[in-house]
Design a protein. Structure first.
Length: 221
Protein backbone atom coordinates (compact mmCIF):
# COMPACT_ATOMS: atom_id res chain seq x y z
CA UNK A 1 0.00 0.00 0.00
CA UNK A 2 2.84 2.39 0.93
CA UNK A 3 4.55 1.87 -2.43
CA UNK A 4 1.26 2.49 -4.20
CA UNK A 5 0.72 5.73 -2.29
CA UNK A 6 4.26 6.94 -2.90
CA UNK A 7 3.98 6.33 -6.62
CA UNK A 8 0.62 8.10 -6.71
CA UNK A 9 1.69 11.25 -4.85
CA UNK A 10 3.40 14.20 -6.64
CA UNK A 11 7.22 14.44 -6.39
CA UNK A 12 9.80 17.24 -6.58
CA UNK A 13 13.51 17.59 -7.36
CA UNK A 14 13.94 14.77 -9.77
CA UNK A 15 11.55 12.31 -8.29
CA UNK A 16 12.04 12.83 -4.56
CA UNK A 17 8.78 12.76 -2.56
CA UNK A 18 7.51 15.89 -0.92
CA UNK A 19 8.29 16.75 2.66
CA UNK A 20 6.27 15.32 5.45
CA UNK A 21 5.44 12.30 3.29
CA UNK A 22 4.26 10.16 6.19
CA UNK A 23 1.83 12.86 7.26
CA UNK A 24 0.60 13.19 3.71
CA UNK A 25 -0.05 9.52 3.08
CA UNK A 26 -1.36 8.68 6.56
CA UNK A 27 -5.03 9.44 5.75
CA UNK A 28 -4.80 7.49 2.48
CA UNK A 29 -3.10 4.62 4.23
CA UNK A 30 -5.90 4.31 6.77
CA UNK A 31 -8.54 4.58 4.05
CA UNK A 32 -6.95 1.91 1.90
CA UNK A 33 -6.52 -0.35 4.91
CA UNK A 34 -10.21 0.01 5.63
CA UNK A 35 -11.02 -0.70 1.99
CA UNK A 36 -8.76 -3.73 2.04
CA UNK A 37 -10.53 -5.02 5.17
CA UNK A 38 -13.89 -4.43 3.51
CA UNK A 39 -12.75 -6.34 0.42
CA UNK A 40 -11.68 -9.27 2.57
CA UNK A 41 -15.02 -9.16 4.38
CA UNK A 42 -16.86 -9.05 1.05
CA UNK A 43 -14.86 -12.00 -0.25
CA UNK A 44 -15.67 -13.91 2.92
CA UNK A 45 -19.36 -13.04 2.58
CA UNK A 46 -19.34 -14.03 -1.10
CA UNK A 47 -17.76 -17.37 -0.24
CA UNK A 48 -20.36 -17.88 2.49
CA UNK A 49 -23.20 -16.96 0.12
CA UNK A 50 -21.86 -19.31 -2.55
CA UNK A 51 -21.64 -22.12 0.02
CA UNK A 52 -25.19 -21.38 1.17
CA UNK A 53 -26.39 -21.31 -2.42
CA UNK A 54 -24.75 -24.67 -3.13
CA UNK A 55 -26.33 -26.10 0.02
CA UNK A 56 -29.73 -24.67 -0.92
CA UNK A 57 -29.42 -26.14 -4.41
CA UNK A 58 -28.45 -29.52 -2.98
CA UNK A 59 -31.33 -29.41 -0.50
CA UNK A 60 -33.71 -28.33 -3.25
CA UNK A 61 -32.54 -31.16 -5.50
CA UNK A 62 -32.90 -33.63 -2.64
CA UNK A 63 -36.39 -32.37 -1.81
CA UNK A 64 -37.37 -32.52 -5.48
CA UNK A 65 -36.08 -36.08 -5.69
CA UNK A 66 -37.95 -37.02 -2.51
CA UNK A 67 -41.10 -35.41 -3.90
CA UNK A 68 -40.74 -37.27 -7.20
CA UNK A 69 -40.28 -40.55 -5.33
CA UNK A 70 -43.29 -39.77 -3.14
CA UNK A 71 -45.35 -38.88 -6.20
CA UNK A 72 -44.34 -42.09 -7.99
CA UNK A 73 -45.02 -44.20 -4.89
CA UNK A 74 -48.40 -42.54 -4.40
CA UNK A 75 -49.29 -43.10 -8.04
CA UNK A 76 -48.31 -46.78 -7.82
CA UNK A 77 -50.34 -47.20 -4.64
CA UNK A 78 -53.32 -45.47 -6.24
CA UNK A 79 -53.13 -47.68 -9.32
CA UNK A 80 -52.71 -50.79 -7.17
CA UNK A 81 -55.71 -49.83 -5.04
CA UNK A 82 -57.80 -49.20 -8.14
CA UNK A 83 -56.71 -52.50 -9.69
CA UNK A 84 -57.55 -54.37 -6.49
CA UNK A 85 -61.00 -52.82 -6.35
CA UNK A 86 -61.69 -53.57 -10.02
CA UNK A 87 -60.35 -57.09 -9.59
CA UNK A 88 -62.64 -57.76 -6.64
CA UNK A 89 -65.65 -56.37 -8.50
CA UNK A 90 -64.83 -58.30 -11.67
CA UNK A 91 -64.39 -61.52 -9.69
CA UNK A 92 -67.95 -61.14 -8.42
CA UNK A 93 -69.24 -60.50 -11.94
CA UNK A 94 -67.45 -63.40 -13.65
CA UNK A 95 -69.83 -66.17 -12.47
CA UNK A 96 -72.74 -64.24 -14.01
CA UNK A 97 -70.78 -63.91 -17.24
CA UNK A 98 -69.98 -67.63 -17.16
CA UNK A 99 -73.67 -68.50 -16.92
CA UNK A 100 -74.49 -66.19 -19.81
CA UNK A 101 -71.76 -67.81 -21.92
CA UNK A 102 -73.13 -71.26 -21.08
CA UNK A 103 -76.60 -70.15 -22.10
CA UNK A 104 -75.26 -68.88 -25.42
CA UNK A 105 -73.37 -72.14 -25.96
CA UNK A 106 -76.60 -74.01 -25.28
CA UNK A 107 -78.45 -71.77 -27.74
CA UNK A 108 -75.95 -72.68 -30.45
CA UNK A 109 -76.81 -76.37 -30.02
CA UNK A 110 -80.58 -75.92 -30.01
CA UNK A 111 -82.49 -77.33 -32.96
CA UNK A 112 -84.09 -75.04 -35.49
CA UNK A 113 -87.57 -75.59 -34.08
CA UNK A 114 -86.48 -74.78 -30.54
CA UNK A 115 -84.44 -71.84 -31.78
CA UNK A 116 -87.54 -70.17 -33.19
CA UNK A 117 -89.36 -70.76 -29.91
CA UNK A 118 -86.61 -69.30 -27.73
CA UNK A 119 -85.15 -66.81 -30.22
CA UNK A 120 -86.30 -63.73 -28.31
CA UNK A 121 -85.07 -65.19 -25.01
CA UNK A 122 -81.63 -66.01 -26.42
CA UNK A 123 -81.44 -62.60 -28.07
CA UNK A 124 -81.95 -61.00 -24.66
CA UNK A 125 -79.18 -63.15 -23.19
CA UNK A 126 -76.87 -62.14 -26.03
CA UNK A 127 -77.50 -58.43 -25.42
CA UNK A 128 -76.95 -58.76 -21.66
CA UNK A 129 -73.75 -60.71 -22.31
CA UNK A 130 -72.54 -58.06 -24.73
CA UNK A 131 -73.27 -55.22 -22.29
CA UNK A 132 -71.53 -57.01 -19.43
CA UNK A 133 -68.44 -57.58 -21.58
CA UNK A 134 -68.42 -53.90 -22.53
CA UNK A 135 -68.57 -52.93 -18.84
CA UNK A 136 -65.64 -55.23 -18.04
CA UNK A 137 -63.62 -53.90 -20.96
CA UNK A 138 -64.30 -50.37 -19.75
CA UNK A 139 -62.83 -51.42 -16.40
CA UNK A 140 -59.73 -52.72 -18.18
CA UNK A 141 -60.73 -56.39 -17.84
CA UNK A 142 -59.98 -58.50 -20.92
CA UNK A 143 -60.35 -62.18 -21.75
CA UNK A 144 -57.23 -64.35 -21.89
CA UNK A 145 -56.49 -65.92 -25.28
CA UNK A 146 -56.35 -69.67 -24.91
CA UNK A 147 -57.25 -72.02 -27.78
CA UNK A 148 -54.31 -72.43 -30.14
CA UNK A 149 -51.97 -70.50 -27.85
CA UNK A 150 -48.89 -72.06 -26.21
CA UNK A 151 -49.67 -73.26 -22.71
CA UNK A 152 -48.68 -70.61 -20.17
CA UNK A 153 -48.84 -71.66 -16.51
CA UNK A 154 -49.15 -67.99 -15.50
CA UNK A 155 -52.57 -67.63 -17.15
CA UNK A 156 -53.64 -71.20 -18.02
CA UNK A 157 -54.66 -73.97 -15.64
CA UNK A 158 -54.34 -77.41 -17.26
CA UNK A 159 -57.14 -79.74 -16.21
CA UNK A 160 -56.58 -82.43 -18.87
CA UNK A 161 -54.14 -83.65 -21.50
CA UNK A 162 -55.70 -84.28 -24.91
CA UNK A 163 -54.00 -86.39 -27.55
CA UNK A 164 -54.78 -84.67 -30.82
CA UNK A 165 -53.37 -83.98 -34.25
CA UNK A 166 -55.31 -80.72 -34.61
CA UNK A 167 -52.99 -78.71 -32.37
CA UNK A 168 -49.22 -78.71 -31.85
CA UNK A 169 -48.00 -80.31 -28.62
CA UNK A 170 -48.03 -78.11 -25.51
CA UNK A 171 -50.65 -75.76 -26.93
CA UNK A 172 -54.17 -75.23 -25.65
CA UNK A 173 -56.59 -77.50 -27.51
CA UNK A 174 -59.80 -76.56 -25.66
CA UNK A 175 -61.03 -73.95 -23.19
CA UNK A 176 -63.29 -75.21 -20.42
CA UNK A 177 -63.56 -71.96 -18.48
CA UNK A 178 -62.53 -68.56 -19.81
CA UNK A 179 -59.90 -66.61 -17.90
CA UNK A 180 -59.58 -62.86 -17.46
CA UNK A 181 -56.89 -60.32 -16.63
CA UNK A 182 -56.41 -56.64 -15.81
CA UNK A 183 -53.32 -55.48 -17.61
CA UNK A 184 -50.66 -57.99 -16.63
CA UNK A 185 -52.53 -59.20 -13.52
CA UNK A 186 -54.48 -62.42 -13.94
CA UNK A 187 -57.87 -62.27 -12.22
CA UNK A 188 -58.72 -65.86 -13.06
CA UNK A 189 -56.69 -68.37 -15.02
CA UNK A 190 -58.30 -70.15 -17.96
CA UNK A 191 -59.13 -73.81 -17.35
CA UNK A 192 -57.88 -75.61 -20.45
CA UNK A 193 -56.94 -78.86 -22.11
CA UNK A 194 -53.37 -79.16 -23.35
CA UNK A 195 -52.54 -80.89 -26.63
CA UNK A 196 -50.21 -83.88 -26.69
CA UNK A 197 -48.94 -86.08 -29.55
CA UNK A 198 -51.14 -89.02 -30.46
CA UNK A 199 -49.54 -92.22 -29.17
CA UNK A 200 -49.45 -95.25 -31.51
CA UNK A 201 -51.92 -97.98 -30.63
CA UNK A 202 -50.33 -101.33 -29.73
CA UNK A 203 -53.61 -103.19 -28.97
CA UNK A 204 -51.86 -104.89 -26.10
CA UNK A 205 -49.63 -107.02 -28.40
CA UNK A 206 -46.13 -107.51 -27.09
CA UNK A 207 -43.21 -107.83 -29.52
CA UNK A 208 -42.30 -111.39 -30.42
CA UNK A 209 -39.15 -112.84 -28.95
CA UNK A 210 -36.52 -114.23 -31.27
CA UNK A 211 -35.95 -117.99 -31.01
CA UNK A 212 -32.99 -118.99 -28.88
CA UNK A 213 -32.72 -115.42 -27.68
CA UNK A 214 -32.33 -116.78 -24.18
CA UNK A 215 -30.18 -119.81 -25.19
CA UNK A 216 -26.90 -119.67 -23.33
CA UNK A 217 -25.67 -123.19 -24.35
CA UNK A 218 -22.30 -123.64 -25.96
CA UNK A 219 -20.41 -126.59 -27.51
CA UNK A 220 -17.68 -128.39 -25.60
CA UNK A 221 -14.82 -130.03 -27.32
Amino acid sequence: IDEFLQSALPTHNGGLPTENLSKTIAPYHNTLSEIEDEVLKLKSQISKIEAERAEMFENSSRRQKDFDNYKSRTEREREETFTNQVSNLATQMLPVLDNLNRALDFAADVSDEKEKEFQQFFQGIFLVNQQLNEVLEGMGVTAIDSVGEPFDPHCHEAVAIEETENFPPKTVSAELLRGYRIGSRVIRASMVKVAAPVQPQTDGILPEKTENSNDTSFETK
